[in-house]
Each structure stands twice: as C-alpha cells, then as structure tokens.
Write a protein that binds this ligand. Structure first.
Ligand code: GCU
Length: 667
C-alpha cells in the first residue's frame, strides 16, 4: 500500500534500473543543513526506488576524484550558475550535482530523483537549470485556531488552538515544497484577526524560529501575513497611521525582535483596505505610503513587503452602469506605479475579479512598469469545485503566463513580466494560495495534489506545459503503467474545461451560493443585493465592459483593448465578461447564445461521465485506497454537475422563454 502522506515523494520501486552500482553512495563535502538534507533525500529516494541499500557520507574536497562511483554534491561559489540554479553531469560512473549555493544542489537532487522516478535515462547527463521566477511562494490562509479560510483538506498543519504545530508533517511539507522549487511560505491567513496579530511577538517567535529552521533546511523562507492595525490592537497605540512617528517606532521594535529570533525571516504579506481589513486609507494615506513605511523598516534585515492588489469596495451599488469591481485593482494601483520602494512587491490576482473559473488577465499585469510584481493564483479550489470536483488548474495558469500584454515590443507576456525580464526587476515571481491541510493525502481529493505539484513546477519553469507536468506527477505519484498515465492525464486535462462547461458560461463568473461559494446559485453574487451583477434579463446576459458600459476594456494596451471592445473579436470564452449579449446572438459555432448555454451544460455532465469511465478502468492498476477515495469524489462531482446543469439551464429557460433546440428536459 502506498504512503499517501508522502504524496509524489512516496518513492516506488522503479523496475529495470541497471545503474544500481553507481547510485549506492552519496558524497558531499560541504557541511550545511541544506546539503545534508539533499543527501538524505537522495539516500531515501534511491534506497526505495532501487530497493538496495544506499548510504551517504561527507568527504574532503578533492577526495571525489579518487572515488570509483557515486552521486557527488558540490557547491562551487565561483560557478557561472545562477543563484538557485544547478548543473547535473555524468562522468563515467559518477554523477555530479553542482550548485552555486546549497539550494541549487537541493533542487538538483530533486531533479535527479524526478528523472529516475519518471523512468528517464540517466546514462548521459548534461542538465543546467535555473528558476524562471525569483520568488515562488505559497500563501496559506490558515487561521491560528487551526481552521483554514477556503480550506478543503482538513485543518491547518501549522496551527492548532492558538498554538504553533511542529511535527513530522512540518518537515514533509517542506520536502514536498522544495521538491518542486517553492522557496517562500506565508503560513497564516491574509485576513489577520484576533490572536494571529500576535504571531509577530515573543509569544510565538520561539516556536516560529523552530519552524523557520526546518524550512531553512529546504531553502524555504518563512513569511507572515500582517495586520496593519497591529500598533493599535496589540501595541496600545490609538492609531496605525503609517506616517505617525509613534507608529513607526512601534513597527521598528516589532521587526527588530522578529529578526533577533529569525535572521532569515522573509517578510510580510499585507492585505489592506479590502473586505474589512484595516489599511492606510483610514488616515488618508496611500497604499504606497503604507507599504513603504514597512519596507523601509524591514530593508536593513533583507526582508520584503508583499502588498496585495486585491483592493475593492465590496459595498458598491451594481445597479449603476459604471460601477465595476473589475476596474478597482487598476484604478487603485496604476496611479502609484513607481512610488513603491524596491523591496515592495505588488501581488496581483490573475484576473481582475476573484479567481473565477474564467477571467481575463488582470490589466495591472503589463500596466505597471515601475513596480515589482507577483502573480497570485488560487491553488485551493474555492470557485473551482472545492476539491470535491477534479479541476486541474495548470492549463489555466499556462494560459495566463502566455498572455501577451503588449506592454512593450518584446518580453511582454505575463511570464516575462513576473520573472523580472521585462522591466529588469529582481523582486518578483508567483504566489499560489495553498490547497493543503492535515488530511492524510494533504489535499482532500487525491487528484488535487497535481495542482500543488504543478504550481511549484510551473512557477519554477514557466515554459513547462500542463500536460508535461501532469505526466510527471502521475509517474511520481501512481505508476508508469501506460493506461494509468493516459487515463489520468485525460481526466486532468479535461477537468477545467468540463467544470467551466457545467458551471458559469462564457466568463460571467460566480453563480455560486454566497458565503461558502459551493454549488449553483445564479443570482448568488454576495456583494450584490440587487441580483443584477450579471445583468441577465429576458433578452440577454453579460456585463457591458466596453466603452459603452463600464469602460473596463480601456485598461488594456492595444491591440487587446480593441480586441475586447468589439464583440466580433472578443474571445468567445470571455464574451459575457466583456459584453451584454442577447440570447439569440449567433456565436462562431452558428449556435445562439442560449443554445450554447444549454449545450455546454449538458456536455459538461457528459464529460464527467467520461472521466468516471476512465477512472473505473484503472481499478486494480493503482492503489486501492486512492482508487476508492477518488471514485467517491467523482460520484459526488457527477451528481453536483447535474445540479449545476439543471439549475443554470432552467434559470435561463425561465428568463428567456426560449426552448432548448434539442428538446431535452430542462428542469
Ligand atoms: C476571496 C475569498 C476570501 C479571501 C479573499 C482574498 O474573496 O473568498 O476568503 O479572503 O479572496 O483573496 O483576500
């Protein structure tokens, strides 16, 4: 039986490995916790994958020349490699993994393990890699009581009843993250309330130091989310004005203390002035003033401030034609471009709204030119089936990364911008809102682990395809059986399109129950008391975001602005995001909009039926526990997808009065 707690690091026996002699000794000559962990990981992996005994030991520099065989870990500070990069080479019976710094060696070790785990030949090795993005972070929305905001895989692995948890899982979590190149972790929810505000104090710092030390051994920096009103809530001050000298002094003291405990502490993630969180607006200060105040104080310690752009007024009146939440991020942050210190990074959600199944790319990406940027994606499946439905999200992120913003002549894709290539920045990258909890398999749905794995892989190498990543993950997790690879790849690759089909059509978004956001509710948008956000009436549906409407399209560079502006050139999958369209409008397929809505909802359910067939065919070929767990979830997905189909279709049937052209029963 497989060890599900180890996820893709469960190290199954790999048949037919002829290299056993070469791979039974690991040598290293640099005493560093990261190198020791790299050697230990290789030892565990190679022992299990080959079913032979493998040992690791320290040698003196130069000794490697005399060794007959083995895997040799080397740190060469003068190497031409990039920071965090590595080189893997083979000379006769020796494999060398070289890094400029220890983390490079660790990533190289995991690369070698992945090659072997995926059944690749290691006969000739000449690999050189460096990450696409400098920051590859996970953001956990874990609360200090142990619950997780938008968590679908049990409780927190970091907190329980206002205590910090440290156990075997802490290390396994760090191993799993490091194996896919994640190098920064924010462990607490961006909505910092109550006791979580005190995480930055002596009450918690000794335990956090222990966690940071474990993470450090895997090249991961610890970050925290911060409460902008902390000077008032725990500091006894009467205000949190970022320009007030008492407030500044208070933060100075707080940061000094943190760095006394954790010298390599990464910094803070801040959600300010949004959804009820405090921020600089209260004092008529800008986001730049708020962020820079913290950035200046943290700078001498080498820390960074990640400031979120998810700022909007959730009390807006949607009956007004010009009101548009989609415009808020750009409106709030574009005027501040160039005003942030160099150790501030703006973190931008992939779309302008909120992690819907389909959104255009946020116009801030490509809009901002003089500000460091991080692309934020949601690994946890808040709006994409809450880990009860399979929804492999890497294809979505792949599309986002490839999106051409036209911010310049070259290097203008989102991948270029967040890697720092476009505007020559070093503080940038990707962040994913984590999807894990203390469930035995980490992610609730076994197939959701592919999103965690995939987030790391694509943020390390933005040129990887979703399909390549899926295959690696299947090989590492399940088996090299061809049918297993083919069927699970098929399920994963079709899961986002299927989910999109049976939920909200053509980019309109939401249509979920307010609060928990699960299950269909067409008028359920929670920040819209009037039930008008999608503008559906008896003639059509969609938000007019062209110049005749909210004017949102103007936030894009040309030719994107014109492409979205015109109905004829607007990508169809986003048609209702950008335009109000009548039910009888003919789409490119020749179908009317209403018929498209009916058809896709039926097709989405059929796609789930197809997934179930593919999954059932694997009985006996994969671990039986995993097989059963996923079977149950697929059953629930099928029943839920039918609810979606029926509720959405009947809503539009009633609204439009137009019957299904195929005469199916619309409930
Ligand atoms: C969504 C989500 C919230 C979260 C927020 C955020 O709106 O529903 O739970 O706090 O995003 O990203 O801050």
């Amino acid at each position: 039986m497989m060890n599900w707690g180890k996820a893709w690091l469960n190290y199954k026996k790999i048949d037919g490995m002829e290299e056993t002699k070469l791979l039974d000794e690991i040598y290293y000559y640099w005493e560093d916790p990261i190198i020791v962990n790299a050697a230990a990981e290789l030892e565990t992996a190679l022992t299990k994958m080959q079913e032979i005994s493998v040992t690791s030991r320290r040698i003196e520099k130069g000794e490697e020349a005399k060794l007959p065989s083995g895997v040799i870990l080397q740190v060469e500070e003068s190497s031409s490699l990039d920071k965090e990069g590595y080189r893997i080479t083979r000379e006769e019976n020796k494999i060398f993994i070289e890094g400029k710094e220890p983390t490079g060696v660790l990533y190289g070790a995991f690369h070698l393990i992945r090659l072997i785990g995926c059944g690749e030949s290691i006969e000739r090795l000449a690999i050189e890699e460096a990450p696409s993005n400098p920051n590859r972070m996970l953001n956990h929305w874990d609360n200090i009581d142990g619950s997780i905001e938008r968590g679908y895989a049990g409780k927190s692995i970091f907190f329980d009843k206002e205590n910090i948890l440290l156990n075997d899982r802490t290390r396994d979590y760090a191993r799993l993250c490091a194996s896919v190149g994640i190098n920064g972790v924010v462990i607490n929810n961006v909505n910092v309330r109550g006791a979580a505000t005190r995480l930055i104090t002596k009450e918690y710092l000794p335990q956090l130091k222990k966690m940071a030390d474990i993470f450090h051994g895997y090249g991961i920096k610890l970050f925290l989310s911060l409460n902008f009103a902390a000077p008032m809530e725990i500091g006894g001050l009467t205000l949190a004005d970022p320009l007030d000298s008492q407030v500044i002094t208070w933060w100075k003291g707080a940061f000094k203390e943190i760095y006394e405990y954790i010298p390599d502490f990464g910094g803070f993630l801040v959600k300010a002035d949004s959804e009820g969180r405090p921020g600089p607006f209260t004092y008529h200060r800008t986001h730049a003033e708020g962020a820079n105040m913290l950035a200046e104080i943290i700078k001498p310690y080498g820390g960074i401030i990640v400031w979120r752009c998810f700022v909007y007024n959730c009390k807006q009146d949607w009956r007004d034609r010009l009101t548009d939440r989609a415009k808020a991020g750009y409106d709030n942050f574009m005027p501040l471009d160039g005003k942030f210190n160099d150790n501030v990074i703006l973190q931008i959600k992939n779309g302008p709204m909120d992690f819907q199944v389909r959104e255009p790319v946020s116009p801030l990406l490509g809009g901002l030119r003089h500000t460091n940027q991080i692309l934020e994606v949601q690994v946890t499946q808040e709006y994409t089936g809450q880990q009860r439905h399979v929804c492999y999200l890497i294809p979505m992120w792949e599309e986002v990364l490839k999106f051409k913003t036209y911010c310049g002549e070259k290097a203008d894709t989102v991948a270029d911008i967040v890697s720092g290539r476009t505007f020559y920045q070093t503080n940038c990258g990707m962040a994913g809102v984590a999807n894990i909890g203390n469930d035995e398999n980490w992610t609730g749905h076994d197939l959701a682990a592919a999103n965690w794995y995939g987030f790391g892989r694509i943020s390390w190498d933005t040129t990887l395809t979703a399909e390549e990543i899926a295959k690696e993950w299947i090989l590492m997790t399940f088996s090299d059986d061809e049918r297993v690879i083919e069927n699970i790849t098929g399920i994963l690759m079709n899961s986002w399109p299927a989910y999109e089909k049976y939920t909200s059509p053509l980019g309109i978004g939401w249509m979920v129950n307010p609060g928990h956001h699960y299950g269909p509710n067409v008028d359920g948008y929670e920040y819209d008391r009037w039930g008008t956000y999608h503008r559906a009436d008896c003639k059509g549906i969609g938000v007019e975001r062209g110049q005749a409407g909210t004017g949102y399209t103007l936030q894009y560079h040309e030719p994107n602005a014109s492409m979205y502006e015109k109905i004829e050139t607007c990508p169809e999958e986003l048609l209702l995001f950008f335009h109000y369209i009548s039910y009888t409008h003919k789409l490119k397929s020749g179908k009317t909009l209403i018929q498209h809505i009916y058809d896709t909802h039926f097709e989405g359910v059929e796609d789930v039926e197809e997934m179930i067939k593919k999954w059932k065919a694997l009985e006996g070929s994969i671990d039986s526990d995993a097989f059963e767990r996923v079977t149950l979830r697929l059953k629930e997905q099928l029943s839920n997808s039918k609810d979606w189909r029926d509720i959405v279709n009947s809503y539009f049937y009633r609204k439009s009065g137009i019957a299904d052209g195929k005469n199916r029963t619309i409930y």
